[in-house]
Design a protein around this ligand. Structure first.
Ligand code: HEC
Length: 493
């Protein structure tokens, strides 16, 4: 089945259910729904047959020896003591604390994302039932073959075509946090090239095999984050006169922020990013954080390049969606809302949704307002310990006509229940530090010409079998079918 078909289908099912309630057949339907929901939960789940496949798919990439998580969940011996904790942490819904750390709300909006590790209702119920029935091992013959992982030094993007090594820093065991500018490093590129994928690694002298250093990423690395760009530095211009001049400079490209523990970034093949000849890596915002022992470290930036001669089909959209100026979060109050809007000046395809909030952030929704329509594209939980981006699949990425208003709603919890807030008695305003706030959707978007927009919608209609009665979330014009081609006067069947 096309995963994306469910976009239209789920809407039709909910309409049908609504009608059934009115005519009074709600009871048999809900019984049937319940049966359907539990069909995938085994009566007596075992580790080898039922639990191991779930852990392999959604947990092991972090919970394995050498992974970022505090304990491995690979073997029965690893997982058995954590049975109840796994039940708890997988069943709390899409909000801070849930495992795996993925916060898309499943009852609203678009549901098809690349690399979605989240568990189904059945899988959550299977883990719970396994824990409740004494966490049995089961038949060893049922165990799926172990998954093999590349070692941590391998690049997730494959061997990079270009690696830039940044200058080494030393962070002392007792050093305070440091935040500032670092020396620029030339890329050495002599021709313009486009970037298909990007990955940043911190290379340091921490001994990860010592049990003292097992902990989590905070105990292993010292470069907490780096906001950076590539820029052709022009020595004839005095850039100190206007430190923000690079924002208006076409030769400057901003790249995804490096954050400790962040995955590699793969760019949309139709809109790869330009790395200019003669450009340098420039950063005036590096944050260093001591890990408790003297550490020497440097970053390596690996680029996978598009073939020579590649040109992007789609241009990147430069849309500011957020409020960084007058955020006003009251003390000791949960559930406060922030709102920000922008009007799309061109047809736009939304490639990803990436809520960026700070400590009080608990949730963000993205809405598209087009004519009389208000569509909630997505609502996701937020945990400032786990900043995540969500990449839409090609058949689910919103296709929005120009004139659409994008609206983000931030839900902020500045109360003692939010463990990420150091002291909720403080009012919070805007700013860069974690004790101040940001409210932005950092997602990627591309602009489409009229022809590209029509073509994308035609493909979508074909893949999803859209009729004029369907309502496709994220594509308000998908069900406006173009008129059939006019008869040309030749013989007709
Ligand atoms: C992206 C990496 C990642 C994935 C995927 C992931 N975890 Fe975790 N997990 C962590 C990290 C890091 C922690 C410790 C920090 C925290 O609690 O958020 C953790 C904590 C936990 C804890 C709490 C441990 C304690 O000390 O109480 C449990 C239980 C857990 N994970 C289970 C799971 C299960 C089950 C899955 C899969 C369904 C999973 N995790 C998927 C990284 C991950």
């Amino acid at each position: 089945m096309h995963a994306a078909r469910t976009v239209g289908r789920s809407v039709r099912i909910s309409v049908a259910l609504g009608i059934s309630f009115v005519v009074g057949v709600a009871a048999p339907l809900s019984v049937r729904a319940q049966q359907a929901a539990s069909a995938g939960v085994p009566d007596a789940p075992t580790f080898t047959r039922d639990v191991a496949p779930i852990l392999q798919r959604s947990c092991e990439n972090c919970h394995r020896p050498d992974g970022v998580a505090p304990m491995a969940l690979v073997t029965y011996e690893d997982a058995r003591p954590w049975a109840r904790a796994m039940k708890l942490r997988t069943s709390i819904g899409p909000k801070a604390g849930v495992m795996p750390p993925w916060y898309v709300e499943k009852n609203i909006g678009i549901q098809q994302f690349h690399n979605d590790p989240s568990l189904s209702e059945d899988e959550i119920a299977t883990l719970a039932k396994w824990a409740d029935s004494g966490a049995p091992r089961g038949n060893p013959a049922d165990l799926p073959p172990p998954k093999v992982y590349a070692d941590n030094k391998a690049w997730a993007i494959g061997t990079p075509d270009l690696i830039i090594t940044m200058k080494e820093v030393e962070v002392k065991s007792n050093a305070p946090d440091w935040w500032g500018e670092i020396p620029s490093v030339p890329t050495g590129l002599t021709e313009d090239r486009y970037v298909a994928a990007l990955e940043i690694k911190e290379v340091n002298d921490v001994d990860t095999h010592s049990s003292l250093n097992r902990a989590t990423v905070g105990g292993r690395f010292v470069v907490h984050h780096m906001i950076w760009r590539t820029q052709v530095i022009d020595p004839t211009k005095d850039q100190s006169l206007d430190p923000l001049s690079f924002l208006l400079d076409e030769e400057t490209v901003n790249w995804p922020v490096h954050e400790v523990g962040r995955n590699a970034d793969f760019f949309d093949p139709k809109s790869a990013r330009l790395l200019k000849a003669g450009s340098s890596i420039v950063s005036d915002s590096v944050h260093l954080h001591s890990n408790g022992r003297d550490t020497k470290a440097h970053l390596e930036i690996g680029f996978k390049l598009m073939p020579k001669g590649y040109t992007p089909t789609y241009k990147r959209a430069f849309i500011g969606l957020g409020n960084g100026v007058d955020i006003d979060i009251k003390a000791m109050e949960p559930n406060q809302q922030l709102h920000a809007y922008t009007v799309l000046q061109q047809h736009t395809k939304i490639i990803s949704f990436e809520p960026h909030l700070h400590a009080p952030g608990a949730r963000m929704c993205l809405e598209a307002i087009w004519g009389y329509n208000i569509q909630t594209l997505n609502c996701v939980g937020y945990d400032h310990n786990w900043v995540r981006g969500y990449d839409y699949t090609d058949d689910s990425a919103p296709l929005l006509p120009k004139g659409t208003i994008l609206h983000i709603i931030g839900y902020m919890d500045n109360s003692p229940t939010n463990k990420n807030v150091p002291d909720p008695r403080n009012w919070q305003g805007s700013g860069n530090r974690s004790v101040a706030n940001m409210f932005i959707d950092l997602g990627m978007r591309v602009v489409l010409t009229e022809e590209q927009f029509q073509q994308e919608m035609a493909t979508r209609r074909e893949h999803l079998h859209v009729t004029k009665n369907d309502h496709v979330i994220g594509c308000p014009l998908c069900n406006v079918l173009p008129p059939p081609p006019r008869a040309t006067g030749g013989p007709q069947q």
